[in-house]
Design a binder for this molecule. Structure first.
Ligand SMILES: Nc1nc2c(ncn2[C@@H]2O[C@H](COP(=O)(O)OP(=O)(O)O)[C@@H](O)[C@H]2O)c(=O)[nH]1
Ligand SMILES: [Mg+2]
Length: 215
């Protein structure tokens, strides 16, 4: 048991060390890095499209993490977005070594935004830093209002929560007050943005909050 714990700690420490080096490299180029977490189908890619459409003036690149396929990367490229794929082949989260490998192949512009869509999963991605400035958590009304209570680490570490599928909230009996109370208890400072990632409703606020982090 003790041995298992110490191996796990060594994995985290090595990852943290390499992620810190990545972060220094990004900061030296004034690249702001957003690590997007959320369950499968929460609306991470849809939200990313809405956010990027509203961030004017700075170059943007995207790293898409998936266990298999490059569907999201192709969808973003079709919109003219500079997107790159990490296919983990089964791993449930991105880590610093994966980031080192992909960043070496990218031409990340000074002063740009780098968005990373992590693997759809509310557990493992919360445990591994990958050089980001902030974590952005995407949760949807359809997943249920109890998610902050069941997956506290992801909600605790998020700088903000994007709550998607506002349009269908009444049909899935979403209890918004219960959800917000759960987030508040874990993370008093994180704003919660209730949005519709298909129509774009609510994303002007998300984009101006993000932009405000850099000025
Ligand atoms: N009704 C509704 N559907 C949404 C919304 N956001 C995403 N979706 C749909 O949910 C599904 C998953 O969205 P996607 O962005 O691919 O989620 P991801 O797996 O987290 O990247 C797709 O069918 C989207 O069209 C939303 O705000 N409202
Ligand atoms: Mg996606």
């Amino acid at each position: 048991m003790n041995e298992r714990i110490s191996v796990k700690r060594a994995v985290y420490e090595e990852n943290d060390r390499r992620a810190a080096v990545l972060h220094q490299g990004f900061a030296a180029k004034d690249v702001f890095v957003v690590n997007i977490l959320g369950g499968p189908g929460a609306g991470k890619t849809s939200s990313l499209k809405q956010i990027i459409a509203r961030l004017k003036g700075r170059p943007v690149s995207v790293i898409e993490g998936d266990i298999a396929s490059d569907i999201d990367t192709q969808a973003l490229r079709a919109l003219g977005i500079d997107a790159y794929q990490i296919e983990t082949g089964g791993d449930c989260h991105l880590n610093a070594p994966m980031m080192e490998a992909i960043v070496a192949r990218m031409d990340i512009k000074p002063g740009s935004w780098l968005f990373i869509e992590n693997i759809g999963n509310l557990v493992c991605p919360a445990e591994f830093v990958i050089g980001e400035d902030i974590k952005l958590l995407v949760s949807s009304t359809a997943e249920g209002a109890d998610k902050p209570y069941k997956y506290p680490a992801a909600f605790q570490r998020a700088a903000a929560v994007i709550l998607t599928k506002k349009d269908i909230a009444p049909y899935v009996h979403f209890d918004e007050a219960y959800f917000r109370a759960g987030v508040r208890a874990l993370n008093p400072s994180a704003p919660v943005f209730l949005v519709d990632a298909l129509s774009g409703d609510g994303f002007d606020e998300v984009a101006s909050w993000l932009s405000g982090l850099r000025t």
